[in-house]
Unconditional design. Structure first.
Length: 202
């Protein structure tokens, strides 16, 4: 009888001659057994779908609780099983950006379309998921650009108002100084007239 080994941990599987599936008693992974064409050698095809599905649910439950760190760790575990799992990259992206729902990606404070996890989603996702996340990325960038433009315009207005206030202050100071000079000139003129009268009187 052929010896089957666990595709996950390498341990020898305990199976009966006609078993098609087996669960490793050491690591708990359920796997499908398939024989090659020669009928003697065997290979193990590991089915991680249930395990990954459970981990993926765990990721999104953790994000509901805002446990971003552990959500990211579960995504890394999924990558060990399926390096091209687009939903795991979505979970990783959401954990990094700290959003609880994928719809909230559209409201991130900074664009994320240059993020490595976003690029992996665009690379590995099915067309529907790719279109959805791409739409959120475009909305996020549009909102960010609009906010940046508003901030720039506000700063420009504030700078203009500041310059106008400074100009008004300079003009007011110049007017005050001119008034003081005129007053002083008047005082000097009166003093001169009085001095002249005093001298004439002598």
């Amino acid at each position: 009888m052929a010896v089957y080994r666990c595709g996950a941990c390498g341990a020898v599987l305990e199976i009966q001659p006609y078993d098609k599936v087996a669960t490793c008693k050491y690591c708990g992974v359920t796997q499908t057994l398939t024989e090659e064409n020669d009928g003697h050698r065997a290979q193990v095809k590991v089915d991680h779908s249930e395990e990954i599905s459970a981990w993926m649910r765990r990721v999104f439950l953790l994000m509901e609780d805002q446990d971003w760190y552990n959500a990211g760790l579960y995504c890394e575990k999924i990558f060990d099983r399926e390096p091209e799992n687009a939903y795991a990259y979505l979970g990783k992206l959401m954990a990094e950006l700290r959003v609880r729902k994928k719809e909230d990606l559209a409201y991130c404070s900074q664009p994320f379309d240059a993020n490595g996890n976003y690029n992996k989603i665009m690379r590995f996702a099915d067309p529907a998921l790719k279109e959805e996340i791409s739409r959120y990325a475009k909305l996020c960038r549009a909102r960010w650009q609009a906010a940046l433009q508003q901030k720039t315009e506000k700063e420009r207005r504030e700078q203009k108002e500041k310059q106008s206030a400074e100009e008004q202050a300079r003009e007011y100071l110049a007017a005050q100084q001119a008034a003081v000079r005129r007053k002083m000139a008047g005082v000097v003129a009166v003093s001169c007239v009085l001095l002249l009268f005093v001298m004439i009187g002598k």
